[in-house]
Every structure is written in C-alpha cells, then in structure tokens.
Design a protein around this ligand. Structure first.
Ligand code: CU
Length: 581
C-alpha cells in the first residue's frame, strides 16, 4: 500500500462513500419500518431579492430528528429565506403574523430608525396575531447580517434568517462564488420547557461533569491537597469547570443551512475559484468552533464589516456573530465542520467540486475544562497548576493602550447590587483578547482571536471617549439567574446615553460563561490593540472572568435594546438604552 497523498485521499473518499451508503440504507429502512416516519425532505431556504418583501410567520410541521414537530417559521422555511438587499436602496418588508401569539422581526446589526428595529415594548408594540406590520428604511451599510424574532423564545423554534447586503460601491472582498453558511441549534423540545428545566436544574443538559475518575487523575497530576483545594474553590463558586454550555446536544440537533450533518448540505465549486463563505451563528444558545480540515480560511469581514485579511485554521463564532471567510479549495471534498463549544455535537456540510462527493467528518476535540483565568482569578500563568498556561500571555499580552493611563475620561457611576443574584465575582479580570478561549487553547491550529482583528478602514479620525461606563455581567448559575450589575432587567432603570457623545463601554464578566453582548442601533467599535483600526462589531463575545472595552458613537435617537444574545440569559441580562437629546 503506498501512502502517497492521492492514495490516502482516494481511500478516505471510498470510506466516506461507504459511510453515506450505510446512512442512506438506514434512512430508507426507517421509512419502510412503519414505526419511524419517513423523513420529510427539507428544501433549501430561498433567497429573495429586491426592495419589497413579504414575510409570513406561521406554524409549520418540520421533521429534523425523526419526529414531526411544530416550528415557528418564516415563509414556511427553516431557516427563513435569505433576503438580499442593496446598499442605498430603501427596503419595504411586510411581515404578517399568522402565529397565535404576538411576534416581531428584528434586523440584527442594521443601522435604522429605532421604530423599525422590531423590539417589542422598546421600539414598537409588536405584531399582534393576524396583523401585518410594514418595515421601511434606507439600507446604509453592506455585508452579512441576519434577522430574528425578538419575542419570547420564537427564535429558538425557527424565526430567523440571513441578510446579504451588496455594497453600493466596489466590494473590498473579491470572490468568484458566494455562499451563506448559517448555523443553528434546533430542538424538538418546546423552548419554554427548556427554560423551565434550566430554572429547576441549571446543569440539566450538561453531561460533562467531573467524575471520581477525574479526581483520581487530578490527584496524580497535582497532588491530593492541591486537587482538593481546586475542587473546593469551584464548589464555593457553585460552578463546575465543565460548565461550558447551558444547553447541549442532549436536546439540540445542530443544523447548517437547515440541514443535519447526515443530510449533508453541499457547497459546490470549480477548482481555482475564490469562494466567499458567509458564516452566521443564528443559534439560540450555541457557540461554535468552525474549521475546514485541510483548508486555510482568510477572514475578510466580522459582523458584516471588512477587516484586514487574516489567514487562519479555525475560528470561534458566538451566538449572533457573523464572519466572512475566503477559501481557495483544491479538487477534492472538504468538510465544513462546526463543533459546539462543549463538544456535545456538531453541524457539518461538504465543500466539493461535485455533488456526489462526501467529505469525511473529523473527530470532535475533547472538551477543555475552565481554568483559573476563566474564573477571573489570578494571573495568566499557572496558579497551583490549574491554569494550563495555554494563553499567549507574558510580555505579549494584548490590551488596549489606555490601560496604563487610567481615568483619562470620567467613569459614570452606575447602580450595582450584590446578593443572591450574584454568586460569582471576577477578583482579577483581565483583557484577554489574544486568548482563543476555552476549548481552543494549544490545539495546534491557528485560531482567530479578537487581537487578530483590524478594521479594513482607518478609525484614526474617531474622537476619544467623553466618558466611560462599566457594566458587570453577573449571575447565579445554580438558580439560573442572569443580570447586569447584579440587577435583572425587570428591576433595572434604563441606561442613559446622550446624543452626540462618544462612550467607552467596558464589560467585566463576573461569570464563567461566555456572554455575546449586543447593542442595538449603534456600532460597537472594539479595542483590539490598534487605535487607528478599531473593529466595528454589533455583537461582542465577553470571555469568562475577563474584561473587554469598546467605543460607541451615540448617533441614533430613540430607545434601544442592549443584551446578552444567549436566548435563555436574555430575560435577566438585558437593559433598555435611552438616547437623550
Ligand atoms: Cu449571557
């Protein structure tokens, strides 16, 4: 047997053909057997183009995992249709609500007048059953964005879709072919039931908990007393170092463009082409780690906005983030592989020159435990050996330049409450922009971090901040309570911004979960180490036990939402923002 790469490739190809044949037989026999219903063939979501759109929200029977269940869909599709807009156009979108409950569509990351933003009780009153609401606004930006319901947990059961906006002028991203790659966590369970279970047992879906065997191996590596002390510390925090996700593959089926990995959606190409893949994380709760084994990806846009190209092997995409990448594949099949952060499952598809080719799936990486740094404790190097020292820190630690000269601008004091709702507190939170995050540390691959991101355009002319506000992300994991500054949304006064000011916002994550924070209506200009290249984002991943800062030019009147985009954190970790004249 020769081990020439072509031979290996051929063997893999034959293996993968065998896998798909077995799979096809399994699906067929399940259909013939009588007990399991034949899988309903789902079709790819349509792309709608133009300036006037008609969207209908309705209940639709879908079959994702072998059972017929009711989804809340847009035009009967899961995900909803991709809307293609053109920068400079004014779009009109008629949204008819045929659901038995109130609904809404929010245009995520789109800069628009606030009463078009689609957040019930903040921008408008919502869309009543049977009613049609017409959105109309000028499109003032381009890139990859998305839309979703902002009512209850409707996003989890299907109300979401992608926005592709073509630039008015020349696109800085040049490609021969263009695909949307949407990622989603489908559950057959009712979202309200998922939330109820989390309220009762926050670890209901978490099967990565430590075992006695783990403790024995810790004793071997750390010694008995150190191992015991670490256990005690985690117990005091009422957290586990395996708490990577609240909701997992136990209930979720991970979908790529609406398809399971077995259904294997295909992105076809001709050899030699530059292909643009527009990744959008439309999940309710799932953070994905994305790679295409054997293929380098060049990141060209983050949250719709062009960045200086970065060549990487892998990137993490938090809920609501988007990344555009360019790939130049050779004449073979590749797997687009998106594993969930806690490694309980993955979404996958095939990138290939021909439809009959099927890319083999790589093995999932093992889950990594959280470290002392993720608890906001101690420095970056080992504390009692618990920290793997995996973060590229030491002298090279990336942090905003201002850190040396504190309080260059006044910090506006905000109300803060410590109590039952805040069992966690980061004692020593750090900027960790060049930390790829738990699960991606020292994996031998070139992983994108926020420190790699630079705006494609100069931000040198942006004014310095007038003032700063500091927001703590807080919670009680055991009771599944989430809040900002220890105060849940229901008890919180709105945040006040002033029209025309430039704010610096710093988040301190006192919890051991990632919170993707999303400000509506205005951009978040992320400090990633270069003042002249602040990265323009709409959603910012705040790592556990860390802090992060960005600038906001307050240039939009009205009332806006500001919240964590983890769907089941949102009821508590939410603020209304009022922009005063
Ligand atoms: Cu959150």
């Amino acid at each position: 047997m020769d081990d020439h790469p072509a031979a290996i490739q051929r063997r893999r190809f034959l293996q993968s053909v065998a896998v798909s044949a077995v799979l096809a037989r399994t699906l067929l026999s399940a259909g013939e057997g009588g007990s399991a219903p034949a899988p309903i063939k789902r079709r790819e979501s349509l792309m709608l183009e133009g300036t006037e759109f008609f969207l209908t929200l309705e209940r639709t029977v879908v079959n994702v995992s072998g059972s017929d269940v009711l989804a809340t869909t847009v035009n009967g599709m899961l995900p909803g249709p991709t809307l293609k807009w053109r920068e400079g156009d004014t779009v009109t979108i008629h949204v008819t609500n045929n659901l038995p409950v109130s609904s809404s569509i929010h245009w995520h990351g789109i800069i628009l007048p606030f009463h078009m933003d689609g957040v019930p009780d903040i921008s408008f009153k919502g869309i009543a059953p049977g009613e049609t609401f017409t959105y109309r606004f000028p499109v003032r930006q381009s890139g990859t964005f998305w839309y979703h319901s902002h009512t209850g947990f409707q996003e989890q059961s299907g109300v979401h879709g992608t926005l592709v906006i073509v630039p008015k002028d020349e696109d800085p991203v040049v490609s021969d072919r263009d695909y949307v790659v949407s990622l989603f966590d489908w559950s057959d369970e009712n979202p309200e039931a998922i939330y109820r279970k989390l309220k009762l047992h926050s670890d209901y879906y978490n099967f990565n908990q430590r075992t006695a065997g783990d403790f024995i191996s810790e004793v071997k590596s750390e010694g008995f007393w150190d191992a015991l002390q670490h256990r005690a510390m985690w117990n005091r925090m009422r957290m586990s170092d395996r708490d990577l996700s609240d909701v997992t593959g136990y209930t979720y089926t991970y979908l790529l463009n609406g398809f399971t990995e077995a259904e294997d959606w295909h992105a076809l190409f001709e050899t030699g082409e530059r292909i643009r893949l527009r990744f959008v994380n439309q999940s309710a709760m799932t953070i994905f780690d994305v790679r295409i084994p054997g293929l380098k990806m060049t990141v060209v846009a983050a949250d719709g906005n062009p960045v200086k190209p970065v060549k990487i092997d892998e990137f993490r995409i938090a809920v609501a983030e988007t990344y555009d990448v360019i790939v130049e594949p050779e004449e073979r099949a590749y797997c687009i592989f998106a594993q969930s952060i806690e490694r309980s499952g993955y979404a996958a598809a095939t990138l290939a020159p021909r439809a009959e080719m099927h890319a083999a799936r790589p093995a999932m990486d093992p889950p990594q435990p959280l470290t002392m740094a993720d608890m906001g404790m101690g420095g970056m190097t080992g504390e009692g050996g618990a920290d793997t020292g995996a973060m590229k820190c030491g002298g090279g630690m990336q942090m905003p330049k201002e850190e040396g000269k504190k309080h260059m601008w006044p910090i506006t004091p905000l109300p803060m409450r410590r109590g039952v709702g805040t069992t966690m507190k980061a004692a020593n939170p750090r900027y960790r922009l060049d930390d790829p995050g738990v699960g991606l540390r020292e994996n031998g691959r070139r992983v994108l971090t926020y420190a790699d991101l630079r705006n494609y355009y100069s931000t040198a002319d942006a004014p310095p901040p007038d003032r700063e506000i500091v927001l703590h992300l807080t919670g009680n994991m055991e009771r599944y309570m989430w809040s900002i500054n220890g105060i849940r949304y229901a008890d919180a006064a709105p945040l006040t911004f002033h029209y025309g000011e430039r704010l610096r916002i710093t988040f301190v994550n006192d919890t051991m979960m990632i919170h993707p924070m999303h400000l509506h209506g205005m951009w978040s200009d992320l400090e990633t180490g270069d003042e002249a290249r602040l990265v323009r984002k709409h959603t910012v991943l705040v790592q556990p036990g860390s802090k992060i800062s960005y600038r906001v030019t307050v240039n939009a009147e009205g009332a806006w939402a500001y919240h964590c985009h983890m769907l089941y954190h949102m009821p508590g970790m939410f603020r209304k923002v009022e922009v005063l004249p």
